[in-house]
Design a protein around this ligand. Structure first.
Ligand code: GLN
Length: 501
C-alpha cells in the first residue's frame, strides 16, 4: 500500500493505521522514498531526520501491537518548518545566524503531534525568519513549485507547501504572520489554515512578529486540516497568549450551506486583479450560491492600508525579537574587531541576509523616539480600525471570501529585486492577520500557465471568519471542496513520479 502513499491523505492514513492496514514504519519509509525521488528537484526539505522518524514510527507500531489505542494522527508522517523547535533537531530558520542551532526543547505543538501518533520526518525550507513571500530569502537554497518548477511555491513556508503538494508528506506545519501559509497553499493548490490568533500555542515557534504569528497547517484536504488543528490547538500554560479554550472541535455537519451569508468585499476584487484569477473567483461565487449560500456585498475600506500597517507592526516586533541574535547565546559568532560591540555588529552583519537587515532597520526606525507616534502608534490605530471594520462586516455576514493572492504563482526571480512588489502578494492575507481572524485558503480552480500553455496553475480562495469561528470557516471550506473536487487534482511532477515511489 505504501506504493500509493502520495495519494493518501492524513485522515485516510490514520484510519488505515487504526484498521491495521499499514504500519507507521512503512508510512515513514514511503515518505522518505518519495522525498528521495522528488526533493532534488523541489528543495522542499532543509533537514531530514530519517533515524529519528523511524524510531518514533516503530514506537507507534509497538504501542498498537500492545493494544494501546492509537492517537488521531497515528502513523502519519508530517513535515515541520525550520523555525520550529523539535528537541535536538536543526532549526536554522533559513538564516546563517542560526546555522547549527539545535533547540534543547520541543514546541508544544510538536509534542502534541507526537503524542497524537504523528511522525515528524524533517524540517522544511523557508524564507529567513519567515520574512518573504517566495522562499527566495532563504540562506540555504530555495524551494520550487511542484506545478511548475520555474515558479515559486510561495512563502515564507515554501518547503512545507511544496512537500505537501508533491505528496512527500500528507501534512506539514508552517507559520503564518501575514500570509505565509495561506499564500503558499494557494500557489501550490493545497489547503492551508491560519487559525484565530491564540488558538495554537506559539511556545517553540521562533518569533517573528509575536502579535501576528500563528502556527498553521497545510494538508491536501480541509478534513485533514480539521484533524491536525484539533491536535495542535488549545490553551497552553507555556504561552500566555493562547485563548483559554480547549482544542478546536470541528463542526461535522455536511450538506448544504442554506442560509449562510457570505460577504464579498469589493476591495478584494480590485481593478488590478489578474483577469484569470477574477474569473476563477467568479466561478467560485456561483458555486457558493449553488450550495445555498447568499452572497452579500460588504465594505472593508481600510484594506489598502493593511500592507503599510503590517510592515510597520511586523518589522517593529521583528526588530525586538531578533535582538537576541548577537553571537553569544545562539548559532553564529564572528569576532569582528575583538570588542563586544564589534562582535555583535560583525555577527549580525554576516549572519542576517538583506531582507532581514532591511526589516530590522525599518522596525528600529518606527520604534525610535521621535518617530514612534508618527509610525508605530499610528499603525496600531489603523490595526484597530481594520479589526473594527471586520467586526462590522461580520454583523451582516457569516463569512467573507476573496482571492488568497492577487496572482497565480509567480516565477522565481520575478519579484526578488523589488521588495514592494513582493510585499503586495499579501494584500488579502495581511488584513486578516492584523485583525487576528481565522483564514483558510483552498483551491478554487486552475488557470493556464504562460501564453495559455500547460502547466496549469492553481488559484486559491480565502475564507475568512470572525474571531474564534474557526470551525465555521473549516466546515464551509470542506463543503465547497467536496462539491468542486479541485483539491483532488495533482501537479504533473507528482503524477510523473507516480508508480516510482
Ligand atoms: N510575506 C509576508 C512577509 O514577508 C508574510 C510573512 C509571514 O506570514 N511569515 O512578512
Amino acid at each position: 500500500m505504501s506504493g500509493t502513499f502520495h495519494e493518501w491523505d492524513a485522515s485516510g492514513l490514520a484510519q488505515g493505521f487504526h484498521r491495521g492496514d499499514c504500519s507507521a514504519e512503512a508510512n515513514v519509509e514511503a515518505a522518505f522514498a518519495r522525498i528521495e525521488l522528488l526533493d532534488g528537484e523541489l528543495g522542499a526539505f532543509a533537514v531530514l531526520e530519517r533515524e529519528r522518524a523511524l524510531s518514533l514510527a516503530r514506537a507507534v507500531d509497538r504501542e498498537r501491537a500492545q493494544g494501546i489505542t492509537p492517537g488521531p494522527l497515528a502513523g502519519v508522517p508530517v513535515a515541520l518548518k525550520s523555525n520550529m523547535c523539535w528537541e535536538g533537531v536543526l532549526a536554522h530558520c533559513g538564516s546563517k545566524i542560526l546555522e547549527g542551532y539545535r533547540p534543547p526543547y520541543s514546541a508544544t505543538f510538536v509534542e502534541r503531534l507526537i503524542a497524537a501518533g504523528a511522525i515528524p520526518v524533517g524540517m522544511t525550507n523557508m524564507d529567513e525568519f519567515a520574512m518573504g513571500s517566495s522562499g527566495e530569502n532563504s540562506a540555504f537554497g530555495i524551494a520550487r513549485n511542484p506545478w511548475d518548477t520555474r515558479r515559486t511555491p510561495g512563502g515564507s513556508s515554501s518547503g512545507s507547501a511544496a512537500a505537501v503538494a508533491a505528496g512527500m508528506v500528507p501534512l506539514a506545519l508552517g507559520s503564518d504572520t501575514g500570509g505565509s501559509v495561506r499564500q503558499p497553499a494557494a500557489f501550490c493548490g493545497i489547503a492551508g489554515f491560519k487559525p484565530t490568533y491564540g488558538r495554537v500555542s506559539r511556545y517553540g515557534l521562533v518569533a517573528f512578529g509575536s502579535s501576528l504569528d500563528q502556527v498553521s497547517p497545510f494538508a491536501r484536504s480541509v478534513r485533514d486540516l480539521e484533524l491536525v488543528t484539533h491536535v495542535i490547538s488549545g490553551v497552553d500554560e507555556r504561552d500566555s497568549t493562547t485563548a483559554q479554550l480547549p482544542a478546536l472541535d470541528p463542526d461535522p455537519a455536511d450538506g448544504n450551506l442554506r442560509g449562510l451569508r457570505i460577504g464579498i468585499p469589493r476591495q478584494y476584487f480590485p481593478a488590478e486583479l489578474a483577469p484569470d484569477v477574477r474569473s476563477v473567483l467568479d466561478a467560485a461565487k456561483a458555486q457558493w450560491t449553488a450550495l445555498g449560500a447568499q452572497l452579500v456585498d460588504v465594505d472593508l475600506p481600510h484594506t489598502e492600508h493593511a500592507i503599510p500597517t503590517y510592515y510597520v507592526v511586523a518589522t517593529a516586533e521583528a526588530s525586538s525579537n531578533l535582538a537576541r541574535y548577537e553571537g553569544i547565546r545562539y548559532g553564529l559568532r564572528v569576532p569582528g574587531d575583538g570588542s563586544l560591540q564589534g562582535m555583535f555588529a560583525a555577527t549580525r552583519a554576516a549572519g542576517f541576509g538583506p531582507e532581514v537587515q532591511r526589516r530590522i532597520l525599518l522596525g528600529t526606525y518606527v520604534l525610535s523616539s521621535g518617530y514612534y507616534d508618527a509610525w508605530y502608534n499610528r499603525a496600531l490605530k489603523v490595526r484597530r480600525l481594520l479589526r473594527m471594520e471586520f467586526d462590522r462586516a461580520f454583523e451582516q455576514v457569516d463569512l467573507i471570501i476573496g482571492p488568497t493572492a492577487p496572482t497565480a504563482a509567480f516565477k522565481i526571480g520575478e519579484k526578488s529585486s523589488d521588495p514592494i512588489a513582493m510585499y503586495l502578494s499579501d494584500v488579502m492575507t495581511a488584513p486578516v492577520s492584523l485583525a487576528g481572524l481565522p483564514g483558510l485558503s483552498i483551491p478554487a480552480g486552475f488557470v493556464a500557465g504562460e501564453d495559455g500553455q500547460a502547466p496549469l496553475l492553481p488559484i486559491g480562495m480565502q475564507i475568512i471568519g470572525p474571531a474564534l469561528a474557526d470551525a465555521r470557516v473549516l466546515r464551509a471550506g470542506r463543503i465547497f471542496e467536496a462539491a468542486t473536487g479541485h483539491h483532488l487534482r495533482r501537479p504533473p511532477l507528482a503524477a510523473a513520479a507516480r508508480g516510482g515511489s
